[in-house]
Design a protein around this ligand. Structure first.
Ligand SMILES: [Zn+2]
Length: 321
């Protein structure tokens, strides 16, 4: 494994801050394909950081025992926003800037913007395929999923299907995505899968295992890695259009106490939980499933305001519109 610094900048208080890239090269000859894994663009999303660690350890051990298994080139960027990771914040501290909204045209020359550009250019020059790991926000737990913009679906859905996800969610395109890493790489025809899983500031062991197996399967299917032994088994994901996603929202302020788990399949009208008034002592709402389906997003941060998302369901095919 070779380690290189993509960009380094001086911090006011000492050692420089660096974005690191680890590379596993093919066992001789040209790489059949080059893949990059990126984590930690949002500094409070630790799922991808832990996944990169798992991948690095696995690949290091395979390099010792079966070096001929490496046919492609694998790059891992385990901490793409080191200052934000060091402070466990989504945004780049001091600038309060979202590094995943600094990519592509219209950058402003600030340090976060220069760093985002350096990362994007490095990925463009060294990748034929990219996986960008994200976790959810502070409030909602997500089952492992890949989110795809409509305009890139033809190329990305077949690749996403290899990754052992619960869901592939196809979104309509929107201007808000145009400064993201995923959009800018897909736009220049480097297929980029944006994984969303878990909840921020946590690492979910079962999801880690599921996605790790998915990444090994992706590496094998693309022939970047051809180890001996059986291929990992992966499950087929559900492919979701926007019309197949139903949202349960809080009608008022309160405390949401869930009675289901993410991953449960529920009938229409099933109790998802209740919204209580913790001060007055009343139950404000019995929260019901808006359709029959799979609970793939669930609110874990219980405080709500009117309109707060409580759960998202992937509608059963048989559920009437
Ligand atoms: Zn993120």
């Amino acid at each position: 494994m070779k380690t290189r610094t993509v960009i380094a900048f001086q911090s006011p208080l000492g050692a420089p801050v660096e974005i690191i890239k680890h590379t596993f090269s093919p066992h001789g000859g040209k790489p059949v394909k080059r893949i990059s894994f990126v984590a930690g663009l949002h500094g409070d999303e630790l799922e991808g950081v832990a996944l990169c660690h798992r991948l690095i350890r696995h690949l290091q051990s395979l390099k010792e025992t079966e070096p001929e298994a490496f046919r492609g080139e694998i790059h891992i960027y385990p901490a793409a926003n080191p200052l934000a990771l060091a402070t466990s914040t989504r945004l780049w501290p001091f600038f309060s800037v979202d590094m995943n909204r600094q990519m592509g045209d219209g950058t402003d020359g600030s340090l976060p913007s220069q760093t985002a550009t350096a990362l994007l250019e490095d990925l463009k020059s060294g990748s034929d395929l990219v996986v960008d790991f994200h976790a959810s926000n502070l409030h909602l737990l997500e089952l492992p999923q890949i989110r795809i913009l409509e305009e890139f679906r033809r190329k990305l859905v077949p690749l996403a299907t290899l990754c052992n996800m619960d869901l592939i969610w196809v979104h309509p395109s929107s201007g808000v995505f145009e400064a993201t890493l995923g959009y800018n790489l897909n736009r220049v025809k480097i297929p980029t899968l944006v994984v969303e899983t878990g909840i921020c500031l946590r690492v979910h062991r079962d999801f880690q295992e599921q996605i790790f197996q998915g990444m090994l399967h992706l590496l094998r299917h693309t022939r970047i890695l051809v180890p001996s032994g059986p291929a990992p088994r992966v499950k087929p994901p559900r492919l979701l259009q926007p019309s197949q996603v139903a949202l349960a929202q809080a009608r008022q302020a309160g405390l949401f106490l869930a009675e289901v788990k993410a991953g449960d399949t529920v009938p229409r009208g099933a109790r998802l939980g209740e919204l209580i008034d913790p001060v007055g002592g009343q139950v404000l709402e019995a929260v019901q499933a808006p359709c029959a389906g799979l609970v793939f997003t669930l609110r874990l941060h219980p405080l709500t305001y009117p309109g707060a998302p409580l759960a998202r369901l992937a509608k059963e095919e048989s559920d009437p519109p």
